[in-house]
Design a protein around this ligand. Structure first.
Ligand code: ZN
Length: 298
């Protein structure tokens, strides 16, 4: 009896130890951080908590992306203050990656500073209906054929590759720097999570193939890559594509055998990915989405 108690206590202490270590690591990491992408003299990552966005400094001004200020009332100003530490050039553009508020709330200070806000046309349609007071509407929209932005010697390609994590994601590609900024659709080094809630599963496979076909070497994700906030590679993108194909195949038979939502969601496992960060939390979300696809038809 006493031995069982001791064992239980040891397990509890060890679990507490892990939790403390995790919290300590989080505490060491500042809430806001700006880093220049290695090997470039113009591309920066602005991180606020667990969100991040890219900004590009040119001799004629700054191209900023996602304000990432949802639930962070001063987040937009904080982002601008970080840009001002790097350059005194005006912020010419603010580009929304897609319509989700956790990435694009907080754009007003950019608009007040004179930036032109750009997004995919369906992002504007969705935002116009919801009228979120924290998220100004885009001034200009991009159609499905995309758009090229040239500023101060930098070329930024805005690509639309069809339905994916949302119906409004723009892939932002710097061809000269061989960098791509892709938000939510291709997690780097972690198992998919909330980004899967309303994803378009089959279309996303095609989306990732189109991203892979672009000429780039590094991928900046909208949430810091694992481990250590690293950037992604083409292997990371291919790994997510493979994961999706395997998850889809795993659920397909159960869905078509009439097992969704139960017991399919409980039986769904992807043991190959069990050691990936986020597996435990993400697995039920991935299961739910593929059960929807193969068990309901959407
Ligand atoms: Zn999103």
């Amino acid at each position: 009896m006493s031995q069982i108690r001791l064992t239980a206590m040891a397990v509890a202490l060890s679990a507490a130890g892990f939790a403390t270590t995790g919290l300590a690591q989080q505490a060491q990491r500042p809430q806001i951080e700006t880093t220049k992408v290695d090997g470039t003299d113009n591309v920066y990552i602005f991180r606020n908590g667990n969100h991040q966005s890219m900004f590009i400094v040119t001799k004629d001004g700054v191209i900023a992306t996602d304000p990432i200020a949802y639930g962070r009332p001063t987040g937009g100003q904080d982002y601008i203050a970080e840009i001002k530490k790097v350059t005194d050039k005006p912020i010419k553009f603010l580009i929304y990656s897609h319509h989700h508020y956790d990435h694009i709330a907080g754009g007003k200070p950019f608009k007040d500073a004179g930036a032109t806000i750009i997004a995919h046309k369906r992002a504007k349609e969705r935002l116009a209906v919801l009228k979120d007071p924290n998220t100004p509407l885009p001034d200009q929209v991009v159609s499905d054929t995309g758009r090229t932005i040239k500023l101060g010697g930098t070329t930024l390609e805005l690509k639309y590759f069809g339905l994916n994590h949302s119906d409004s994601n723009l892939v932002m590609w710097l061809p000269k720097e061989k960098i791509v900024f892709v938000v939510d659709t291709i997690p780097v080094g972690s198992f998919p999570g909330r980004g899967f809630i309303d994803i378009y599963p089959l279309e996303t496979e095609e989306f990732i193939k189109k991203v892979l076909a672009l000429d780039w070497e590094r991928l900046i994700p909208g949430h810091p890559g694992q481990p250590g906030g690293r950037l992604g590679t083409k292997k990371d993108a291919q790994d997510i594509l493979t994961l999706m194909q395997e998850a889809s195949a795993e659920m397909k038979k159960m869905g078509q055998d009439g097992k969704c939502w139960e017991p399919a969601e409980k039986d769904f496992k992807l043991p190959k990915y069990a050691n990936w960060p986020g597996y435990e939390n993400g697995l039920p979300l991935v299961a739910r989405r593929y059960c929807g696809l193969w068990g309901r038809g959407t």
